[in-house]
Design a binder for this molecule. Structure first.
Ligand SMILES: Nc1ncnc2c1ncn2[C@@H]1O[C@H](COP(=O)(O)OP(=O)(O)OP(=O)(O)O)[C@@H](O)[C@H]1O
Length: 279
């Protein structure tokens, strides 16, 4: 299984640094990592950088493969990226869009593509949507088709930008279960942007917390989703509690002064980068 290791990565938009010496990994194959942080903190930019869609300076390795040194078509054999925007409502059948996506990545010879596409739709529980047109589906249904498009490509690195945003609660948990199974079975490195901290705690293995283009916490998810790091990232007063079933829940008690939180933690230098505490 291949691990993802990247950085330090630096990316600019105009003169502004939007990714500031970001270091990621190693993220092991077979694991799911949540990419967390407030609006505008750089999550989408980082995900796009990992997909080769946003130019950054710095190394990116997937096992022995130098992702940064690859041209787009070669990189597409390793990485599949699902953007935050839903697949557009075009007049094309769901199954056909999956086949087109697979052809673009060149991952499967054509004879196998049809079976793989059908199989992926079945695993996501949306085989009934195969022959429906995207412009006749709901937003959530299109998001599920978008997931099928990237999963069917069998990437080594799966990059998902808020893949649960349009889904009802049941589908959110079902999709996380599919992602867990596929990630483990294929030894994939799965990285997903999410805003639901409770879901991150329950269903992902590790997390990277961004704030203002920097990593302010990384490691096992329970060491990243902590009151201290949440205060610094979001300016909220939050607790992490356990439900009667033993699941972790994030309870928000209110907002705090974000600049004071950051100043207080900045005084403690790099402690939170390397060894975040859950106290
Ligand atoms: N097209 C763009 N042109 C200029 N600046 C941009 C553009 N897109 C994003 N930015 C800026 O880059 C920074 C990082 O944005 P990014 O979209 O990566 O944040 P994010 O963490 O994904 O946010 P969100 O949770 O709102 O999706 C922000 O300061 C944002 O304003």
């Amino acid at each position: 299984m291949m691990a993802l290791q990247a950085g330090p990565l630096t990316g600019r938009r105009g003169r502004r640094i939007v990714l500031d010496s970001i270091e990621i990994g190693p993220l092991e194959g077979g694991t799911i990592t949540s990419l967390l942080g407030p609006n505008g903190s750089g999550k989408t930019t980082l995900l796009r950088a990992l997909a080769g869609l946003f130019p950054v300076q710095g190394p990116m390795w997937l096992g022995p493969h130098d992702l940064g040194g690859m041209r787009a078509p070669e990189r597409a054999n390793y990485c599949a990226y699902m953007p935050q925007t839903l697949p557009p409502p075009i007049h094309m059948q769901a199954l056909e869009t999956i086949l087109v996506s697979m052809r673009a990545s060149g991952a499967h010879p054509d004879e196998q593509a049809f079976d793989t596409a059908i199989d992926t739709l079945e695993r996501l529980g949306i085989a009934d949507l195969s022959l429906r047109f995207l412009d006749e589906l709901s937003g959530g249904q299109r998001q599920l088709v978008g997931l099928a498009q990237v999963l069917a490509r069998s990437p080594a690195l799966l990059l998902l930008d808020e893949p649960l945003s349009a889904l009802d609660l049941r589908h959110q948990f079902e999709v996380m279960a599919v992602l867990r199974r596929e990630t483990e079975a294929r030894g994939m490195v799965t990285v997903m942007v999410m805003h639901d901290l409770g879901m991150a705690l329950r269903r992902t293995d590790s997390a990277v917390m961004l704030a203002e283009g920097r990593v302010i916490g990384a490691g096992a998810v329970e060491n990243v989703v902590t009151p201290t790091i949440l205060a610094r990232a979001f300016g909220i007063r939050a607790r992490v509690e356990r439900s009667a079933e033993g699941d972790s829940l994030v309870l928000v008690d209110g907002v705090s002064n974000i600049s004071e939180e950051r100043a207080a933690m900045d005084n403690q230098s790099d402690h939170y980068r390397s060894a975040p505490s859950s106290s």
